[in-house]
Design a protein around this ligand. Structure first.
Ligand SMILES: [Zn+2]
Length: 188
């Protein structure tokens, strides 16, 4: 074998190895994307189920509902140990068909290199009816012993003290929305 032929064999081998590596990582990336998407669907569905149990009417403060749902989704993601792979982008409640169907729209980004960089999940939200006579938990926010802000359930500011209060009551007493758990509301 001549020197030049040996050289071309090495180049060919390099190309083949590169292609195999690209395919391998491509496959792993695709598998990871499928795995993460599946886990995300379960996470969003579970979070939505929790919201359905609370049964908050759609018309009642959709921003607050969005924040509650976002916190539940983030908790579900952590429970499923996929918080290193996804970042929740936006959580919103959409009304479809007049008042007939309410849908959650949860969009998220992948934290790893993937073919798609943004994905959306839609699940129905079974809200309660204000005329049901139930005491809806929407109107419940939480205040602390010394703080001047009100929080939604699961906010980290509620580590030391946590007292439920009706939102209207909290506003009346001069409490303001917490900047951590009411981010979306603040920016509007
Ligand atoms: Zn808070």
């Amino acid at each position: 074998m001549k020197r030049s032929e040996k050289g071309s064999v090495t180049i060919e081998a390099t190309i083949v190895v590169s292609l195999v590596l690209i395919l391998l990582f491509g496959c792993l990336g695709t598998l990871l994307t499928i795995f993460v998407d599946t886990q995300m669907e379960w996470a969003v569905q579970s979070a939505s189920d929790e919201m359905n149990i609370i049964g908050i009417p759609f018309t009642d403060r959709t921003e607050l509902l969005g924040e509650l749902m976002r916190n539940k989704v983030i908790k579900q993601i952590a429970n499923r140990s996929i918080d290193n792979f996804v970042e929740v982008h936006e959580v919103s409640l959409e009304n479809v068909n007049g008042n007939a169907i309410n849908m959650w729209e949860v969009s998220y980004d992948y934290k790893f290199v993937s073919f798609a960089d943004n994905e959306k999940i839609h699940v129905p939200y079974k809200s309660g009816n204000e005329n049901d006579g139930l005491k809806f938990e929407t109107s419940t926010v939480y205040i602390t012993t010394y703080g001047e802000k009100y929080h939604i359930d699961e906010c980290f500011h509620l580590r030391k003290s946590k007292f439920p209060i009706d939102l209207d009551e909290a506003v009346k007493k001069g409490y303001e929305p917490c900047k951590n758990c009411h981010k979306n509301i603040e920016s509007r």
